[in-house]
Design a binder for this molecule. Sequence first.
Ligand code: GTP
Length: 545
Amino acid sequence: MCLLFYAKTYYKTAFINQCNGYTVVTVLKSKFLKLNRLILFLALTATILTFINSFYSNYEVQKEQLVLQTIEVNRAYASKLSDTTEVFLRTSQQQLTYTANSLFNKMNDGSHLKEEANRLKFQTDSFNSVVISDASGLTQAASPETLDLVGRKLSSVGSVEALEEKRVLISSPYVSTLKNLIVFLSAPVFDYQGNYLGFLGGSIYLKSPNILSEILGEHYYKNGSYIYVIDQDKQILYHPEKGRIGSFIEGNDGIDEIIATKEGGLLLNNSRGIQMLAGYSTIPSTGWIVITQSPVESTLVPLTGIMEKVVLRTLPLALAVFLFIWLFARAISKPLQQLADKARSLDSPTVNEDIENIHSWYVESLGLKRAMLSGVKLMQNQIGDLKRDAETDPLTGASNRRAFQFKLKQLVLLEIPFSVLALDIDYFKRVNDAYGHSVGDDVLKQQTKILNRFSRDGDMVARTGGEEFVLLLKETSKEDAFLVAERLRIAISEETFDVVGNITVSIGIAAWAISDEISVEKTLSLADQALYEAKGQGRNRCIIA
Ligand SMILES: Nc1nc2c(ncn2[C@@H]2O[C@H](COP(=O)(O)OP(=O)(O)OP(=O)(O)O)[C@@H](O)[C@H]2O)c(=O)[nH]1
């Protein structure tokens, strides 16, 4: 038979398992967490992780969106600029071709040629300089005149190419005799018979102001973004930093990809190692590539604001989720906690009712509650049995000496007066000797039944020795007790006992009251003395001490 107790001290908790007389103490140190705290920790961790996860994925998605958007905007920009530049170059070529066609019979008219060169130069800002050359490469007219080229043989790359090719041309960029980085547009002049008479050429100085630089330059915008133009040889034809025009880009994989793919967008490092989001487009007639690029860093600046908004909008929901998980988890843990609390006070008289009142709203806690209730009931039954066994005489079912002593203490403590009837069967030895011990036992049992009939509520029948019994009468004077004793004696003497027939008893009576100022021990001793006297006076009688 084992009993489980629970004890709690300041710093530790112990289960005391009383088992077959041995005591096993299991100490649960405070390192064990409370369910409530575990749940709070779980709810907090789940909420924080969810929040971080949603923040992170949001950040990544927004970042990707911004990057893709910027690359697309830059590509569209580059495409628009390459279209505009293409239109400009074609218009310039048309201007040259139209004028060249009108010169077929004017190649010897110096003043006309001069006039045409000036018109082309000054009518628009398309060209930084204009030259008209005859078939041998000798300059017939030039504008501006400060160039002082008239009468001189042209030997620049563009001129030589124009003379050789004899068709409408846009040269590759080259450094002219006057040290300008030039792109040379030219149109041939033929007479009616188709004889080549020379060419009309316009130079665009890449480092000087002209329509081309205006087209590209006016789109230079802030936040670190800029536009530049390269040719297929990776030579820079336009750049907001003038000093870089004419230089070649080396060792940049991004530029190689740009040249290979002609139009699109990508992430590349610029010459300073800054990460750039580039969009690019190729000008069809020249193969030049317009590149628009923005620093990644400045592109992502709006992300801070976006993420602040995300946090502000997500936070209330995250807090609500946390609160919900916490409250829900608390509701789950509540019946368990209450059951655990009750498990610590199983000795409480109201433990059954307390456990019944716990609201176990889900299957597992209900199962636990039922198990606890049946456990408590079983324990109480066992405790009741033990108590009964410990206080009862197994043969007669009367109270034993221990229960009798306890009853006396209670009455004394409560100052309740009482009388005791010390009762002894006369010549019981003879019964045993004549009929055997078991018949003697039956006599004891039958006599106890009679005693019980004389016992009221609050009284007690106790077997204090072999065939000695005591009837304790609560709140009864010795006179009244004597009357009861007499009736009892007569009742026993008139009873027919199985096998044995009739027996008699002797009874000694004594009383206790707080006012008498005698001890309980003395009272019992007086009752014994009175019994002894009754025996001495011939038995089958009652004597008051
Ligand atoms: N059958 C039975 N006999 C018991 C029990 N306990 C004690 N006895 C007997 O009770 C008898 C008590 O005898 P005694 O006290 O000598 O006296 P008596 O024979 O009753 O005579 P008086 O008391 O002088 O009238 C003994 O024979 C015991 O063996 C018991 O539980 N069962």
